[in-house]
Design a binder for this molecule. Structure first.
Ligand code: GRF
Length: 216
């Protein structure tokens, strides 16, 4: 299986996926990394892993649809089977969704359906929740609404700031995303009636993670 990763920033989730492919925890390879930001660390991480890294700036592209056409062309050129959005800070259009229907994954720093969209960690703190976390889901036409594949729970601690909570959630993201992609690569993920079904044993254990602080 060939993975295309779309990223805009630090690319730590990209790194987790690259590492899991290198160790064969994910039985697949990252075929291309596409980035819309020139100085994104994600590009350097791709180059360091000797994966084709493509900078596709969006500023001069006339529309979101035209941008996504360019993305799809690049993904197809690299024979990508599944797309992972990893901190890709752009709304995607039906052009990309249609070309990779039910084959686009995203990671979001909240327990969806709570706190979709921007600033999820800030939203969680403002709501006063005691537990937040992260979600890997299949992308549909809504904002962070698609079928849920894996979630990890992370407690909100006394005195947490957006930075401290986001950092603990990110640690769990690095566990969830490779695990989700590994299930996908093993052909164990089915989408039925808008829900993810994971085939084979231990479905529940495969799909939920609790951070260590929750067992204190
Ligand atoms: C993560 O928090 C992810 O949930 C969100 O964007 C951030 C990306 O971080 N979608 P990184 O670029 O993978 O380090």
């Amino acid at each position: 299986m060939r993975i295309g990763v779309l990223a805009s920033g630090s690319g730590s989730n990209l790194q987790a996926i690259l590492d899991a492919c290198a160790s064969r925890a994910i039985p697949a390879q990252v075929a291309v990394v596409i980035c819309n930001v020139a100085d994104a660390k994600a590009l350097q991480r791709a180059e360091a892993a000797r994966v084709p890294a493509l900078l596709l700036p969006h500023q001069k592209v006339v529309s979101r649809e035209e941008y996504d056409r360019q993305v799809v062309t690049a993904l197809q050129k690299h024979s990508v089977d599944v797309v992972c959005l990893a901190g890709f800070m752009r709304l995607i259009t039906p052009v990309l969704l249609g070309a990779y229907k039910d084959r686009i994954l995203n990671i979001h720093p909240s327990l969806l359906p709570a706190f979709p969209g921007l600033h999820a960690v800030r939203q969680a703190l403002a709501a006063g929740v005691r537990v937040s976390g992260c979600t890997v889901h299949v992308v549909d036409e809504g904002t962070d609404t698609g079928p849920i594949l894996i979630q990890a729970a992370v407690p909100v601690l006394e005195g947490d700031t957006e930075e401290t909570l986001a950092a603990r959630i990110l640690l769990q993201e690095h566990r969830c995303y490779p695990r989700a992609v590994a299930l996908w690569a093993a052909g164990r993920v089915r989408i039925e009636s808008g829900r993810v079904r994971v085939q084979g044993a231990a479905g529940r254990a495969d799909r939920t993670i609790a951070s260590p602080e929750l067992s204190d």
